[in-house]
Design a protein around this ligand. Structure first.
Ligand code: NAD
Ligand code: DAU
Length: 336
């Protein structure tokens, strides 16, 4: 499988995935289909713009004409494109249902109608709901229990992906991953928001008491897991991927403050997220056993690297925070 259609490749994980694949497999051909929503930024891919094996297409995954045209030439679809921010889904879930559910349906139909193209769906641990402090970690057999509009839309898409496998024998795999961090993450998510706020001498908004727990994985470790599934995963199967770093938000906040030489006076406790899931954690033993995959990055080192990246790429996030990135990196592309 050397011709890949990546959806959402101008976002955080997708752009890291494209870099990861082209570095490791320079002869692979990649088409990146991305609508360039607020979260899509072509600056993430500036260094490979001229690579002959890479092509960018601006387009919506809900547009069956664009999608059908593109899938004809590929032997694998890796579907990252989504509305990904929980807080936005709480404010308005419309785009989440459209992109995350209808978009997945359009891609699945295109894959089905063009010779059953191999399809990998990038999902999230949030589809399994929320854990209490002493609950066992999620695994591939955990029942779905999404509790916010974002995770409900991701779970709905997963049901469709599995339905196309059972009904149409579409060769699918699914990965459910925990919270990613690393370079090119949009500064609305916890880690990049806090790092960039502190660089601007602004306080960091901790929801509630900061006791909620997430399992953090370095983005390259996630992408190595996706690579392993594409290469060795069993068709029709789900694989849980996680970093093995369960940390409360307030602890992460303190780690960031400490690494950036700032004190607790920079914390602002703000009202909690509605329906805030308490804890996510993943049991990754299936991926380890069947794929030989496990996360490599130590959290302390990964956080240090991430802070350094944001320090060394101030123009990148300042253009995002000011809205200027839309002007410079999106205007040159037009809908097909
Ligand atoms: P992101 O918000 O950074 O990027 C999403 C990308 O999708 C953007 O480039 C955007 O322009 C594009 N997009 C949105 N709607 C589109 C549409 N209708 N048509 C075409 N392109 C569209 O997201 P991310 O954090 O990189 O997440 C990528 C995927 O990984 C998502 O499916 C998300 O659910 C999943 N995931 C994310 C995490 C995480 O911690 N960020 C963890 C597990 C799973
Ligand atoms: O678990 C995987 C999911 O991780 C992905 O599917 C989502 O796409 C991704 O956005 C992420 O969701 P979270 O809601 O866990 O990530 P976020 O960075 O928004 O929040 C992490 C935790 O930090 C969460 O408990 C809420 C809290 N938080 C977040 C923000 C933005 C704060 O306390 N303050 C904040 O300003």
């Amino acid at each position: 499988m050397t011709k890949l259609l990546i959806t959402g490749g101008a976002g955080f994980i997708g752009s890291n995935f494209i870099h990861y694949i082209l570095k490791k497999y320079p002869d692979y051909e990649i088409v990146n289909l991305d609508a360039l929503t607020y979260a899509g930024n072509l600056e993430n891919l500036k260094d490979i713009e001229e690579n002959v094996n890479y092509k960018f297409v601006k387009g919506d995954i809900c547009d069956i004409n664009i999608v059908s045209d593109l899938v004809k030439d590929v032997d694998l679809i890796v579907h990252f494109a989504a509305e990904s921010h929980v807080d936005r889904s709480i404010m308005d879930s419309g785009d989440f249902i459209r992109t995350n559910v209808e978009g997945a349906r359009v891609l699945l139909d295109a894959a089905k109608n063009n010779g059953l193209i191999r399809f990998h769906y990038i999902s999230t641990d949030e589809v399994f709901g929320a854990l209490g402090p002493d609950d066992l970690k999620f695994n591939e057999k955990t029942p779905y229990d999404p509790r916010n509009p974002y995770s409900a839309s991701k779970a709905a898409a997963e049901h469709l992906v599995r339905a196309y496998f059972h009904t149409h024998q579409l060769p699918i795999t699914i990965s459910n991953c925990t919270n990613n961090y690393g370079s090119y993450q949009f500064p609305e998510k916890l880690i990049p928001l806090f790092i960039t706020n502190l660089m601007e001498n602004k306080k960091v908004p901790v929801y509630g008491e900061g006791k909620n727990i997430r399992d953090w994985i370095y983005v390259d470790d996630h992408n190595a897991g996706v690579e392993a599934i594409i290469k060795k995963g069993k068709i029709g199967e789900t694989y849980c991927l996680g970093g093995g770093n369960e940390i409360a938000n307030i602890e992460i906040t303190r780690m960031i403050l400490e690494k950036m030489g700032m004190g607790e006076d920079m914390i602002e406790y703000v009202p909690d997220r509605k329906g805030h899931d308490f804890r996510y954690a993943m049991d990754c033993s299936k991926a380890k056993k069947e794929l030989g995959w496990e996360p490599k990055m130590n959290f302390d080192e990964g956080l240090y690297k991430t802070i350094e990246w944001y320090k060394n790429n101030k123009d990148w996030w300042r253009r995002i925070k000011s809205g200027e990135y839309k002007e410079y990196y999106q205007k040159q592309y037009h809908e097909r």
